[in-house]
Design a protein around this ligand. Structure first.
Ligand code: NAP
Ligand code: G4F
Length: 345
């Protein structure tokens, strides 16, 4: 019989790639969706027609118990979160509720439906449901060492990072307290043409496509010197799945090991359309964060050795892929507008 997976955050970037990957592996996949008439649900339902949906919200314990009970999943992937870091200074309590306490609620739902009570200690993992938590390199914050690995201590620099650290530790605690098969993937930044427009790589690729078509001229960015280890989301969802297929549960760092600055992302994207980024990028101090994570770089040695995971797309390929995708979309929209304006169907 095929395995069943429940994904929270199904309408997000990673949810869509993970769902496609699991469907390819022969899974039945349910996405947890919140809200009344969520427009992002319609979009993902069109993109992946094989998906099933179940209602639920990480703010609502009862809805999560009902969802897990209804789906009876073999694997739960908890990807749901408010994932834009600056939002966590604007609404710290909400972000803590969703990204921190929301993890606890999801773990409780899994524990209750699995009938798990306290662990007698040691032994193989118990319960039928395996749980994946979307932890983040943002937990490393002001980094204690470079590159960062599973044993590097956390020093989060945003309410987002603090909430993610809670989610990380509570997942570890349910593993130790109840013997649950619960793991966290400490994923470094990963991007794609499906990335939200608020994140810097997509902000750049969207702007570049608009500039190419003469629809805008200047792109406003914040800290150009921030360094990130950027990879392709399609590669990273393979690591999530692999983590739940191991005999023993464990946490893994996932990243490429290559670091680039924000200014490199801009340079590559503008070069791809034959323009000089310095003529179009404007630094806006208002976009600089109250406490910045200056540098992040992954040591994914454990994931490579133990999971057999390797990324396939490098940073240059990633930026070019995103620019190409946004250019295609922007050109289609421009052509459509021209057709409407001229009436020449
Ligand atoms: P994303 O595109 O922003 O998607 C976030 C998802 O969370 C959306 O589907 C959103 O659903 C859902 N969500 C928000 N609030 C919710 C709530 N109260 N209850 C249930 N679902 C809720 O994020 P992503 O890039 O796919 O990232 C997936 C996960 O990995 C997140 O937990 C993120 O923090 C973490 N992460 C991401 C990266 C990265 O570089 N992408 C790196 C490390 C960790 P709606 O449509 O209803 O808003
Ligand atoms: O693209 P970003 O907004 O991603 P950030 O803050 O690193 O967070 C992403 O990765 C985390 C993993 O490390 C995830 F947990 C999180 O959910 C999210 O997916 O910003 C990247 C860097 C930052 O240093 C920021 O200050 O780019 C810098 N930056 C410079 N100008 C900008 C801008 N970021 C944004 N969003 N917009 C700018 O104009």
């Amino acid at each position: 019989m095929s395995k069943r997976a429940l994904i929270t955050g199904i309408t997000g970037q990673d949810g869509s790639y993970l769902a496609e990957h699991l469907l390819d592996q022969g899974y039945q996949v349910w996405g947890l969706c919140r809200g009344q008439a969520n427009p992002r649900k319609d979009r993902i339902a069109k993109l992946i027609p094989e998906l099933s949906f179940v209602d639920g919200d990480l703010m609502d314990q009862g809805s999560l118990v009902s969802a897990v009970d209804l789906v009876q999943p073999d694997e739960v992937y908890n990807l749901g979160a408010i994932s834009f870091v600056p939002m966590s200074w604007q609404q710290p309590e909400l972000v803590t509720e969703v990204n921190g306490t929301g993890v606890l609620r999801m773990l409780e739902a899994v524990r209750m439906v699995s009938g798990l009570t306290k662990s007698s200690g040691g032994g193989p993992p118990r319960g039928q449901i395996r749980f994946y938590q979307a932890s983040s390199s943002e937990m490393y914050g002001k980094v204690a060492e470079s590159p960062q690995r599973e044993t590097t201590s956390f020093h989060p620099r945003s309410p987002y990072g603090v909430a993610k650290a809670f989610g990380h530790y509570i997942t570890q605690n349910y593993r130790e307290s109840y013997g649950m098969y619960g793991v966290s993937g400490i994923l470094f930044n990963h991007e794609s043409p499906r990335r939200g427009a608020e994140f810097v790589t997509r902000k750049i690729s969207l702007a570049v496509s608009q500039i190419k078509l003469g629809l805008m001229d200047k792109l406003h960015l914040g800290n150009l010197d921030a360094e990130r280890d950027w990879g392709f989301a399609g590669d990273y969802v393979r690591a999530m799945h692999l983590m739940l297929q191991q005999e023993q549960p464990g946490d893994y760092v996932v990243g490429t090991g290559a670091m680039h600055r924000v200014r490199d992302a801009a340079r590559i994207a503008f070069e791809h359309i034959g323009l000089d980024w310095q003529e179009h990028v404007v630094v806006d101090p208002g976009l600089v964060r109250p406490a910045e994570v200056e540098t992040l770089c992954a040591d994914s040695g454990n994931a490579r050795r133990e999971l057999g995971w390797e990324p396939e797309v490098d940073f240059e390929q990633l930026m070019r892929m995103m620019v190409e995708s946004d250019l295609r979309q922007a050109s289609r929209e421009r052509d459509y507008r021209q057709l409407l304006a001229t009436g020449s169907w």
